[in-house]
Ligand binder design. Sequence first.
Ligand code: MLT
Length: 409
Amino acid sequence: MARINDNYLKLSAGYLFPEISRRVNAFQRSHPGASLIRLGIGDVVLPLPGAVVSAMHDAVDEMGSESGFRGYGPEQGYEFLREAIADNDYRSRGVDIAVDEIFVSDGSKCDSGNIQEIFAGEALVAIPDPVYPVYLDTNVMAGRSGKASEDGSYEGIVYLPCTEDNAFLPEPPQQPVDIVYLCFPNNPTGSVARRTDLESWVAYARDCGAVLLYDSAYEAYISEQDVPHSIFEIEGARDVAIEFRSFSKSAGFTGTRCAYVVVPRSLEGRAADGSAVSLHQLWNRRHCTKFNGVSYPVQAGAAAVYTDQGQREVRERVDYYMANAAHIRRSLSESGLGVYGGVNAPYVWVKTPEGLGSWDFFDHLLESTHVVGTPGAGFGSCGEGYFRLSAFAKAEQVEEAMTRIRTKL
Ligand code: MLT
C-alpha cells in the first residue's frame, strides 16, 4: 500500500460546508415536507449580470470561428482582463499595481488554499479565530501544525482570537511569525479593518518579516467611507502583502469561477541560506506549473464587469444582498439576539441565546424554523456561541426566514 500524507489524518472533521449539507440532507429525508430556507453557505442566488452574459456569448462565438479560436491562454490571465483589474480596482483608488503583478485564477478558495505552497514547511502561521476554514485546513494538510485538541484548535498554529471584546478584529501577535492570514470584510464575522488597524498590521509585518495574506473577496460590500478596499492602500504594504480578490460574490461567479491574486514584485521571502527570494517569481513558477489559465469566455465575462453596464449591475446585486443583511440584522435584534456584521459584509454574525452552543442552535433552528445557517464553532473555537447567517438569498426567503424565527424560535 502506498504511504499517505498523514497530515490529513490530523484534520478534525469533514470540511464545514459538506458537513452542514450532510446534516441538512438527513433532516430533509426525515422531514420530506419541510420547506428549507438556506442561509448557510455564502453562495449567490441572482443570475449573472447581463453585461457578463453577452460578453461570454460573444467570446464563445469567437471561439467557434476559424479566425477567433484560441487554445491555451497565458497562465496568468489575458492582458485585457489584467489591465481592467489594475485600472479599476487599484489605479482608480490611487494604488499602483502593475499588470504583471496580477494572476487571474479560478477562485479565491483555490488561491488562498494554494498560496501556502510557496512557504517553508516549518513556516509559523498565524490565523484569526474564527476564520474561513480553508486557511487553516490547507496548512494542516501541509504539515505546519501538530495535533488537534478537543476544541478543534491545532498545536503549532498561532491563533488570533476575534471576540466581542476586540470587535472581532485580530491583533498582531506578541511573537514574530512567518505568515498571517487576514480577511476583510471578514468571513464569518462581517467585521472590517479601518486604516489604523491595517497600518498596525503592515508595521508588524515589516518589523518581523512576516507576509500578510489578505483575502479581500468581499471588498464590493464595503459601504462605509473610511474602510480601505485593499491592503495596498496602506503605505509599505507592497513589501509585505499578497491580496486575493474574487468575482464570485460581487458579480455572481461562484459557479463560473474567476478570481485573482496580486503578488507585488517587491515582496520577498527568505531561502534556507538566508538569501532574499522574490515571492512573485515563486508564485509565477507555481502558477505556470499547475494551472493553465481560466477559460477565455469566463475572462471575457469578468472583463465586462468593468464596463458601465457591468458596474451598474454589480452594484444592484450588492445592494440587493445588503438589503437582506439589513433586514436580518433588524429582525434578529428586535428578537433580542446580539447581532454583528452585515454592514460592510454579506454575513450577519449572531450571538446564540444563553446556554446554546453553535451546533445546538443550528439543530434547534433547523428543527423549529427549517432555516439553515452556519454554526460559528465550525469557523474555530472562538466562534463557539455564535452563528452565521448569509444574506445571499432571495429577499422573499429572507423575509420568510425572519418571520419564522420571530414567531417560532
Ligand atoms: C462561505 O460560505 O463561507 C463561502 O461560500 C465560502 C467560499 O466562498 O468558499
